[in-house]
Ligand binder design. Structure first.
Ligand SMILES: Nc1ncnc2c1ncn2[C@@H]1O[C@H](COP(=O)(O)OP(=O)(O)OP(=O)(O)O)[C@@H](O)[C@H]1O
Ligand SMILES: [Mg+2]
Length: 450
C-alpha cells in the first residue's frame, strides 16, 4: 500500500523535523521552507494533504505569503485538504484562511496528537469526496476517463445525459483524445450496459469485405461464403455498435448504414430476408465530416442522421489542469508495471510538458510517459527522459531590466528577512547605503517584516 502524501510547509526547521518524525510512519512526507518550494512540490506531487504555516519568508511575521500559497494551491487542486498553522495569536488570519478554503487551522505550538487526528479526518474526507465524484461520474471499471478540467466536466455531463436514449451519437475530436473511451463510457452508462458493445474500425478493411463484416452474409452469396454468417451489427443486438473512423466508410456502405439507421432492419449480403435489429450506433471520427460532405466523400443525409447527438472530445491543450493529472496517473501505472520506484517529475520535466503542444493528445502523452519510465535512471523523470528537452528549447530570455528588477527585489526581501527588518544591517550586507536601500523598498513596495 502506498502511503498518502503529506506536504508540510513551514519556515521553522524544528517544526519541520518534529512533524516529519511524528508523521513519517503514516505519510509520505514532503518538506518545504517557503512558498515557492512548497508550490513546486505541490505541483509535482499533488498531495491530498498539506499543512501550511501562514507566516512564511520573506514576511514571516504576517500571513501574506501563507494566504497566497493557500489560494495558489487551491487553484491548482481545490480537492486538497489544507490545514493552516498560524503562529501569531491573530485569529483573523486563520479565519480568512478558512474562508479561502482551508480545511482547518491550528495555533502554534502544535499538538502532534491533535494534528494526527485532524489529518486522518481530512484524509477520510478527501477519500469520501473522491469516491463521491467517482460514483457521480459512474465510470466503468476499465473506462477510466481521467480529467477534472471544465472541458471534461462538460463532457462527462453530456455523456450522462445522452447515455440512456437510443439516438445515434457522433463523437468527433482530434486523434488520441479518447474517443474510444467515450464510446465505451456511453455504452456502460446506458441501460444497454449488460448487452454487447461491438466495435469496428471502418477504415481497417476493404469495402467489399467490410460489407459482409457489418451486415453478415447468407450462404453462397459469394465465392467462399460457405455458410451464413451474422454481421457485427447483428452481434450488437440490444447493445451498442461502435463505428470507429466513420469518415472512412465507403459510399455504398454509407447508403446501407443510413437505411439501417432509418428502418432498424438489415439484409445480409446475398439475402432478401430482413432482420430487425435493435443496436444503438455510436460513431467516431477525427476528420471534419461536415467538410467531407461538401467534397462529396460523405453523404449529407447520413451525416445529419448521425450527428443528431454530437459529442466533442477536446484536445489535451484545452483541458486546463488535466495534463498533470494524466501524467501522474500514467506515471503510477507504468512505473508499477515496470516495477520501478519513480517518485515524480523534475521541475524542468513539468515545465517541458506544460509548454509542449501535444498534437497527438492523450495518446502521445501516454506513450511519452511509458517510454520515459523505461528510460528513467533516477527517482524523477527528466525532460530528457520524456524527449521533450529539445522540442521545448531553452526558455526565452527575460528582458535584462526585468531580470535586474527581480533580482533586486528578491535580494532586498531576503536581506530584510535575514536581518529581521533592520535596514542598516540589510543595506550593509548588500553593500549599499541606507538611502539606496530605502529607494529599493519604495520602488518595489516591499513590506518590512514587523
Ligand atoms: N481522459 C483520458 N484518461 C485516461 N486515458 C485516456 C484519456 N483519453 C485518452 N486516453 C488514452 O489515450 C489513448 C488514446 O485514446 P483513444 O484510443 O480513445 O483515442 P481516439 O480519440 O480514439 O484516437 P484516434 O482518433 O487516433 O483513434 C488510449 O490509450 C486511452 O486509454
Ligand atoms: Mg480511436
Amino acid at each position: 500500500m502506498n502511503k498518502p502524501k503529506l506536504l508540510i510547509i513551514d519556515d521553522d526547521e524544528t517544526i519541520l523535523n518534529q512533524m516529519k518524525w511524528a508523521l513519517m510512519e503514516t505519510y509520505d512526507i514532503f518538506l518545504a521552507g517557503d512558498r515557492r518550494k512548497g508550490l513546486d512540490l505541490f505541483r509535482r506531487e499533488l498531495p491530498p494533504l498539506v499543512t501550511l504555516d501562514l507566516g512564511l519568508p520573506p514576511y514571516p511575521r504576517d500571513a501574506t505569503e501563507g494566504l497566497r500559497a493557500l489560494s495558489e494551491m487551491l487553484e491548482m487542486n481545490a480537492k486538497t485538504k489544507i490545514l493552516v498553522v498560524s503562529g501569531n495569536s491573530d485569529q483573523s488570519n486563520a479565519l480568512q484562511a478558512i474562508e479561502q478554503g482551508a480545511y482547518d487551522f491550528f495555533k502554534k505550538p502544535i499538538e502532534l496528537d491533535e494534528i494526527q487526528v485532524t489529518l486522518r479526518r481530512a484524509l477520510n474526507l478527501f477519500h469520501l469526496e473522491e469516491e463521491n465524484r467517482r460514483l457521480k461520474r459512474k465510470p466503468v471499471p476499465g473506462s477510466g476517463i481521467i480529467g477534472a478540467s471544465r472541458a471534461m466536466e462538460t463532457l462527462h455531463k453530456t455523456v450522462r445525459k445522452i447515455a440512456n436514449n437510443s439516438f445515434p451519437v457522433l463523437i468527433s475530436g482530434e486523434s488520441g483524445t479518447g474517443k474510444e473511451l467515450i464510446a465505451h463510457a456511453i455504452h456502460h452508462q446506458s441501460d444497454r450496459a449488460e448487452k454487447p458493445f461491438v466495435a469496428i474500425n471502418c477504415g481497417a478493411i476493404p469495402e467489399n469485405l467490410m460489407e459482409s463484416e457489418l451486415f453478415g452474409h447468407e450462404k453462397g452469396s459469394f465465392t467462399g461464403a460457405h455458410a451464413q454468417r451474422k454481421g457485427r451489427i447483428e452481434f450488437a443486438e440490444g447493445g451498442t455498435l461502435f463505428l470507429d473512423e466513420i469518415g472512412e466508410l465507403g459510399l455504398n456502405l454509407q447508403v446501407k448504414l443510413l437505411r439501417f439507421l432509418q428502418e432498424k432492419t438489415l439484409e445480409r449480403v446475398g439475402g432478401r430476408k430482413s432482420y430487425e435489429i435493435d443496436a444503438r450506433v455510436v460513431a467516431a471520427t477525427n476528420r471534419d465530416l461536415k467538410e467531407l460532405t461538401q467534397s462529396g466523400a460523405f453523404r449529407e443525409d447520413l451525416y445529419y442522421r448521425l450527428s443528431v447527438v454530437s459529442v466533442t472530445s477536446p484536445p489535451l491543450r484545452e483541458r486546463e489542469g488535466d495534463l498533470l493529472l494524466l501524467t501522474h496517473a500514467f506515471l503510477n501505472q507504468f512505473s508499477e508495471e515496470a516495477r520501478k520506484k519513480i517518485k515524480g517529475l523534475t521541475k524542468e520535466a513539468i515545465e517541458a510538458l506544460s509548454v509542449y503542444d501535444w498534437p497527438g493528445n492523450v495518446r502521445e502523452l501516454e506513450n511519452k510517459i511509458k517510454r520515459a519510465v523505461v528510460m528513467a535512471e533516477g527517482a524523477f523523470l527528466t525532460a530528457e527522459d520524456l524527449e521533450l528537452a529539445n522540442q521545448s528549447g531553452p526558455p526565452p530570455l527575460p528582458r535584462l531590466k526585468d531580470a535586474k528588477d527581480r533580482l533586486e527585489r528578491e535580494l532586498a526581501e531576503e536581506a530584510l528577512t535575514r536581518y529581521g527588518g533592520n535596514i542598516t544591517h540589510a543595506a550593509s550586507a548588500l553593500g549599499i547605503s541606507r538611502q539606496a536601500f530605502h529607494d529599493i523598498i519604495s520602488k518595489h513596495g516591499i513590506e518590512r517584516p514587523s
